[in-house]
Design a protein around this ligand. Structure first.
Ligand code: NAD
Length: 459
């Protein structure tokens, strides 16, 4: 059953053909099969918890607690959520009958799309590969998974997990970098689920267009956090520090920058410093569980930002350990590189505003963000901001937590992505909702046929 998958085109092509053939047998379709595979996946993950944690420590210096909370636990929760509801989701849904369709019945029948390609990034390398895989299995597809080459330890663990658990004609991992990704993207998969950067997302969509393959694109961008003058500043600072500095800021929905009302700036910064010290001690660069930057290239890019604006917290870096202190910059403007690209590191630029509308206008002058966070105690302000700003998803008075509930669809809008997943939305993302009209043969209406005289005569 185990297969050593090389990264040459023939193998990618052969793998797709093998999976297409297997899908064609209909084996993946029954509820029993899907439930059995989800149970196998659950067991395989549970058995390898230690190996997954060790790999996350190696790739990202992730602590065991965070690895469980953000990766393993989330995947296990997703599996059990799906297992409990799959039977209901798979049932054809009856719809109402229009007057013009009297006598007939309409159904929506969820159908698997076929063979799916899942391309994953390195920042939450396990969860962002496995959670889409849960959706692909639940919806009755076969799948090829391409992990990121920048998190090689996790890539290897996932590859062996999948090899030991599934036949490659059903689920397979192809490890490798951009070249492997491109080889796979050349092939006519039935679905592409991509998580990564906006630029690569555009290339994925262009490749998918050649075969008219449907895509889900989970991308990134600059997600803002607004701290209004009526916010609970202590909580706002703590939750913002949590969302920004976890995984050393390498989180797609991390608050990229903060817009803070000028009257609370000083107190907000004071609270932020307190929270960071509480989380990571006086010297975060030495803290055993503080995350590292994934590569030298990213480290240098981020270190460049430390020379912009004014550093009011942190600012230190350790090139050998690829670590950058939790840092706050003030006196930044939109022309600086740190405000032009997604930061994806532990650096928080803070801008101030006088009127809330200024904050809203600044956000809306830029591509629609993946996430938005608002800290305010006022329900009218909360309503105004959520209505006035388009964004993929977000939180009021928190950060990141909207991602961790399977009841909310997770995805972007505009430049931050296309489509959404988690829970039932994952099932739908990997399904085609087939419309079926079942017509009666007990009677027929004459008026619908050519040369009909009119009237409702029944024939
Ligand atoms: P990336 O786009 O560089 O890489 C993602 C995947 O695509 C990797 O598997 C990589 O091998 C592959 N790839 C890279 N270049 C390619 C190319 N030219 N053609 C085909 N495939 C290619 O992204 P990354 O650096 O791994 O991840 C960081 C980005 O991902 C950030 O922008 C972040 O915001 C975004 N992200 C989004 C989400 C989300 O759920 N929306 C989650 C995590 C990360």
């Amino acid at each position: 059953m185990n297969m050593n998958l090389n990264s040459n085109t023939n193998t990618a092509q052969a793998l797709l053909e093998k999976q297409r053939h297997y899908y064609g047998t209909g084996a993946t379709r029954s509820l029993e099969f899907r439930q059995a595979q989800l149970a196998k996946l659950r067991q395989a993950v549970t058995e390898r918890e230690d190996a997954i944690m060790q790999a996350l420590r190696l790739d990202l210096n992730r602590s065991e607690q965070e690895s469980y909370m953000l990766e393993i636990g989330l995947v296990l929760k997703e599996i059990s959520f799906v297992q409990k509801r799959l039977k209901r989701w798979m049932k054809p849904a009856k719809v109402n009958t229009a007057l013009t369709h009297m006598g007939s019945k309409g159904y929506i029948v969820p159908e698997p799309l076929g063979t799916a390609l899942i391309i994953a990034p390195w920042n939450y390398p396990f969860q962002l590969a496995m959670a889409p895989l849960v959706g692909a299995i639940a919806a009755g597809n076969t799948a090829v998974l391409k992990p990121s080459e920048l998190s090689p330890a996790v890539s290897e663990v996932m590859s062996s997990l999948v090899q030991d658990t599934f036949d490659p004609s059903y689920i397979a991992v192809m490890e490798g970098g951009v070249e492997v990704s491109k080889e796979l993207l050349d092939l006519p998969f039935d679905k592409i689920f991509f998580t990564g950067s906006v630029n690569v997302g555009k290339q994925v969509m262009a490749a998918a267009a050649k075969h008219l393959t449907p895509v889900t694109l989970e991308l990134g961008g600059k997600s803002p956090a607004i701290v209004h003058h009526d916010a609970n500043l202590k909580l706002a600072a703590r939750r913002l520090a949590f969302g920004k500095f976890i995984n050393a800021g390498q989180t797609c929905i991390a608050p990229d920058y903060a817009l803070v009302h000028h009257s609370v700036l000083e107190e907000f910064l004071r609270q932020l410093r307190k929270s960071v010290t509480k989380f990571y001690g006086q010297n975060p660069l030495e803290h055993k569980d503080y995350g590292k930057i994934i590569s030298e290239r990213h480290f240098r890019r981020l270190a460049g930002f430390l020379r912009e604006g004014e550093v009011v917290m942190g600012g230190g870096a350790d090139e050998m350990a690829l670590r950058i202190e939790p840092t706050v910059l003030t006196r930044v403007d939109w022309n600086m590189p740190v405000m032009q690209e997604e930061i994806f590191g532990p650096i928080l630029p803070v801008l101030v505003y006088d009127e809330l509308q200024e904050a809203i206008d600044q956000i809306n002058a830029r591509p629609k963000p993946l996430a938005l966070y608002l800290f305010s105690e006022n329900a009218a302000i909360q309503k105004r901001v959520t209505e006035a700003v388009p964004f993929g998803g977000g939180c009021i008075n928190d950060t990141l937590m909207h991602l961790a509930t399977p009841y909310l669809p997770f995805g972007g809008v505009g430049e931050s992505g296309i489509g959404a997943y988690h829970g039932e939305y994952s099932f739908k993302t990997f399904s085609h909702m087939k419309s079926v009209l079942k017509q009666t043969t007990r009677f027929d209406f004459a008026f619908r046929y050519p040369s009909a005289k009119g009237g409702l005569s029944i024939i």
